[in-house]
Design a protein around this ligand. Sequence first.
Ligand SMILES: [Zn+2]
Length: 214
Amino acid sequence: MATPAPAARQALKDANARWPRRKKASDGIMGDARHRKRKSDHNQGNAVDITHDPKSGASGDEIARQALKDSRVTYVIWNKRINSRDGRGWRAYRGANPHTSHCHISIRVSARNDTRHWGWATGAPTPPPPRVPRPPAGLPTRNLKRGSKGVEVRQLQAALVKLGHMTQAQVNTGPGIFGPKTQEALEKFQARHGVPATGFYGPLTRAAFARLGL
Ligand SMILES: [Zn+2]
Protein backbone atom coordinates (compact mmCIF):
# COMPACT_ATOMS: atom_id res chain seq x y z
CA MET A 1 0.00 0.00 0.00
CA ALA A 2 1.57 3.24 -1.12
CA THR A 3 1.81 6.09 1.32
CA PRO A 4 2.34 9.81 0.76
CA ALA A 5 6.03 10.66 0.55
CA PRO A 6 7.10 12.63 3.63
CA ALA A 7 8.82 15.07 1.26
CA ALA A 8 5.47 15.67 -0.46
CA ARG A 9 3.70 16.23 2.87
CA GLN A 10 6.42 18.68 3.81
CA ALA A 11 5.79 20.58 0.57
CA LEU A 12 2.14 21.13 1.54
CA LYS A 13 3.05 21.95 5.16
CA ASP A 14 5.52 24.56 3.98
CA ALA A 15 2.95 26.02 1.58
CA ASN A 16 0.38 26.28 4.39
CA ALA A 17 2.87 28.02 6.66
CA ARG A 18 3.97 30.48 3.98
CA TRP A 19 0.49 31.25 2.62
CA PRO A 20 -1.93 30.59 5.48
CA ARG A 21 -4.99 31.69 3.48
CA ARG A 22 -4.20 29.77 0.33
CA LYS A 23 -6.92 27.71 -1.33
CA LYS A 24 -6.34 23.94 -1.34
CA ALA A 25 -9.00 22.74 -3.75
CA SER A 26 -6.51 21.30 -6.22
CA ASP A 27 -3.98 19.98 -3.65
CA GLY A 28 -3.14 16.30 -3.60
CA ILE A 29 -0.48 13.68 -3.06
CA MET A 30 -2.10 10.30 -3.59
CA GLY A 31 -3.63 9.58 -6.95
CA ASP A 32 -7.37 9.65 -7.28
CA ALA A 33 -9.29 7.07 -9.33
CA ARG A 34 -8.41 8.85 -12.55
CA HIS A 35 -4.70 8.82 -11.75
CA ARG A 36 -4.75 5.14 -10.80
CA LYS A 37 -5.83 4.17 -14.29
CA ARG A 38 -2.57 5.44 -15.71
CA LYS A 39 1.05 5.63 -14.74
CA SER A 40 1.47 8.50 -12.31
CA ASP A 41 3.96 9.30 -9.58
CA HIS A 42 0.91 10.12 -7.46
CA ASN A 43 0.07 6.42 -7.27
CA GLN A 44 3.22 5.81 -5.24
CA GLY A 45 2.76 9.01 -3.24
CA ASN A 46 5.82 10.50 -4.88
CA ALA A 47 4.22 13.59 -6.34
CA VAL A 48 2.44 16.58 -4.94
CA ASP A 49 -0.03 18.99 -6.48
CA ILE A 50 -0.15 22.47 -4.97
CA THR A 51 -3.14 24.65 -5.78
CA HIS A 52 -2.49 27.78 -7.83
CA ASP A 53 -3.94 30.61 -5.75
CA PRO A 54 -2.13 33.80 -6.73
CA LYS A 55 -4.38 35.97 -4.56
CA SER A 56 -2.90 34.39 -1.45
CA GLY A 57 0.62 34.49 -2.88
CA ALA A 58 0.66 30.78 -3.70
CA SER A 59 1.08 31.21 -7.44
CA GLY A 60 1.97 28.27 -9.63
CA ASP A 61 4.75 30.35 -11.18
CA GLU A 62 6.42 30.88 -7.83
CA ILE A 63 5.96 27.28 -6.69
CA ALA A 64 7.32 25.94 -9.98
CA ARG A 65 10.28 28.32 -9.85
CA GLN A 66 11.21 27.13 -6.36
CA ALA A 67 10.58 23.45 -7.08
CA LEU A 68 12.89 23.51 -10.09
CA LYS A 69 15.78 24.53 -7.84
CA ASP A 70 15.23 21.46 -5.64
CA SER A 71 17.32 18.35 -6.27
CA ARG A 72 14.53 16.13 -4.93
CA VAL A 73 12.43 17.00 -7.95
CA THR A 74 12.37 14.97 -11.18
CA TYR A 75 9.96 17.19 -13.09
CA VAL A 76 7.40 19.93 -12.70
CA ILE A 77 4.23 20.39 -14.73
CA TRP A 78 2.60 23.78 -14.62
CA ASN A 79 0.38 25.76 -16.95
CA LYS A 80 0.54 23.47 -20.01
CA ARG A 81 4.31 23.09 -19.71
CA ILE A 82 6.69 20.51 -18.28
CA ASN A 83 10.24 20.98 -17.06
CA SER A 84 12.34 17.89 -16.35
CA ARG A 85 15.31 19.71 -14.81
CA ASP A 86 17.54 18.26 -17.53
CA GLY A 87 18.72 21.51 -19.06
CA ARG A 88 16.04 21.56 -21.75
CA GLY A 89 13.93 24.04 -19.85
CA TRP A 90 10.16 24.26 -20.23
CA ARG A 91 8.48 22.26 -22.99
CA ALA A 92 4.86 22.05 -24.03
CA TYR A 93 2.85 19.58 -21.98
CA ARG A 94 0.08 17.87 -23.88
CA GLY A 95 -1.44 15.67 -21.18
CA ALA A 96 -5.17 15.58 -20.62
CA ASN A 97 -4.93 17.87 -17.62
CA PRO A 98 -3.48 21.28 -18.58
CA HIS A 99 -2.29 21.86 -14.98
CA THR A 100 -3.58 25.40 -14.79
CA SER A 101 -5.20 25.00 -11.36
CA HIS A 102 -2.20 23.45 -9.65
CA CYS A 103 1.52 22.93 -10.01
CA HIS A 104 2.52 19.26 -10.15
CA ILE A 105 5.85 18.27 -8.60
CA SER A 106 7.28 14.77 -8.99
CA ILE A 107 9.75 13.64 -6.36
CA ARG A 108 12.49 11.09 -6.96
CA VAL A 109 11.92 7.84 -5.12
CA SER A 110 15.28 8.06 -3.36
CA ALA A 111 14.35 11.47 -1.95
CA ARG A 112 10.83 10.65 -0.77
CA ASN A 113 11.86 10.68 2.90
CA ASP A 114 13.81 13.91 2.63
CA THR A 115 11.77 16.38 4.65
CA ARG A 116 13.97 19.43 4.35
CA HIS A 117 11.98 22.62 3.92
CA TRP A 118 10.97 23.53 0.40
CA GLY A 119 11.96 26.81 -1.22
CA TRP A 120 8.63 28.44 -0.47
CA ALA A 121 9.01 27.82 3.26
CA THR A 122 11.24 30.84 3.53
CA GLY A 123 10.01 34.35 3.06
CA ALA A 124 7.60 36.27 5.14
CA PRO A 125 4.23 34.63 5.61
CA THR A 126 1.56 36.68 3.87
CA PRO A 127 -0.04 38.53 6.77
CA PRO A 128 -3.79 38.22 7.17
CA PRO A 129 -5.66 41.40 6.27
CA PRO A 130 -6.21 43.66 9.26
CA ARG A 131 -9.53 43.15 10.95
CA VAL A 132 -11.32 46.45 10.76
CA PRO A 133 -14.17 46.58 13.24
CA ARG A 134 -17.27 48.42 12.11
CA PRO A 135 -17.52 51.91 13.54
CA PRO A 136 -20.64 52.82 15.49
CA ALA A 137 -23.59 53.81 13.33
CA GLY A 138 -24.19 57.47 12.65
CA LEU A 139 -22.23 60.48 11.46
CA PRO A 140 -19.28 62.09 13.19
CA THR A 141 -20.42 64.86 15.52
CA ARG A 142 -17.13 66.75 15.62
CA ASN A 143 -15.30 68.58 12.84
CA LEU A 144 -12.68 66.57 10.97
CA LYS A 145 -9.90 67.44 8.57
CA ARG A 146 -6.72 65.97 7.10
CA GLY A 147 -4.72 64.54 10.00
CA SER A 148 -7.74 63.83 12.22
CA LYS A 149 -7.83 60.41 13.84
CA GLY A 150 -10.22 58.21 15.73
CA VAL A 151 -13.61 56.61 15.69
CA GLU A 152 -15.29 59.65 14.08
CA VAL A 153 -12.93 59.33 11.10
CA ARG A 154 -14.01 55.71 10.82
CA GLN A 155 -17.64 56.82 10.79
CA LEU A 156 -16.85 59.30 8.02
CA GLN A 157 -14.98 56.64 6.03
CA ALA A 158 -17.89 54.22 6.44
CA ALA A 159 -20.26 56.86 5.05
CA LEU A 160 -17.95 57.52 2.09
CA VAL A 161 -17.71 53.79 1.36
CA LYS A 162 -21.47 53.45 1.57
CA LEU A 163 -21.89 56.18 -1.04
CA GLY A 164 -19.22 54.73 -3.31
CA HIS A 165 -16.71 57.57 -2.97
CA MET A 166 -14.14 55.32 -1.34
CA THR A 167 -13.43 51.58 -1.37
CA GLN A 168 -13.20 49.42 1.73
CA ALA A 169 -9.69 48.47 0.59
CA GLN A 170 -8.67 52.14 0.70
CA VAL A 171 -10.10 52.44 4.20
CA ASN A 172 -8.22 49.34 5.30
CA THR A 173 -4.90 50.99 4.54
CA GLY A 174 -5.61 53.58 7.24
CA PRO A 175 -8.82 52.99 9.18
CA GLY A 176 -9.50 55.90 11.49
CA ILE A 177 -6.86 58.09 9.88
CA PHE A 178 -7.95 61.08 7.78
CA GLY A 179 -5.36 60.76 5.02
CA PRO A 180 -5.20 61.80 1.35
CA LYS A 181 -7.65 59.10 0.15
CA THR A 182 -10.23 60.13 2.71
CA GLN A 183 -9.78 63.78 1.79
CA GLU A 184 -10.11 63.05 -1.92
CA ALA A 185 -13.26 61.01 -1.32
CA LEU A 186 -14.74 63.70 0.91
CA GLU A 187 -14.06 66.39 -1.69
CA LYS A 188 -15.79 64.26 -4.33
CA PHE A 189 -18.77 63.86 -2.06
CA GLN A 190 -18.88 67.60 -1.34
CA ALA A 191 -18.62 68.55 -5.02
CA ARG A 192 -21.52 66.22 -5.81
CA HIS A 193 -23.75 67.42 -3.02
CA GLY A 194 -23.49 71.19 -3.20
CA VAL A 195 -20.99 71.71 -0.42
CA PRO A 196 -17.76 73.66 -1.06
CA ALA A 197 -15.16 70.98 -1.83
CA THR A 198 -12.75 71.90 0.93
CA GLY A 199 -12.05 68.45 2.28
CA PHE A 200 -13.15 69.77 5.66
CA TYR A 201 -15.89 67.91 7.49
CA GLY A 202 -18.09 70.36 9.41
CA PRO A 203 -21.77 71.14 9.91
CA LEU A 204 -22.49 71.77 6.20
CA THR A 205 -21.07 68.44 5.13
CA ARG A 206 -22.72 66.67 8.02
CA ALA A 207 -26.09 68.09 6.91
CA ALA A 208 -25.45 66.91 3.34
CA PHE A 209 -24.83 63.37 4.57
CA ALA A 210 -27.88 63.56 6.83
CA ARG A 211 -30.08 64.58 3.87
CA LEU A 212 -29.09 61.27 2.26
CA GLY A 213 -30.31 59.42 5.30
CA LEU A 214 -26.88 58.53 6.68
ZN1 LIG B 1 -0.17 16.01 -10.09
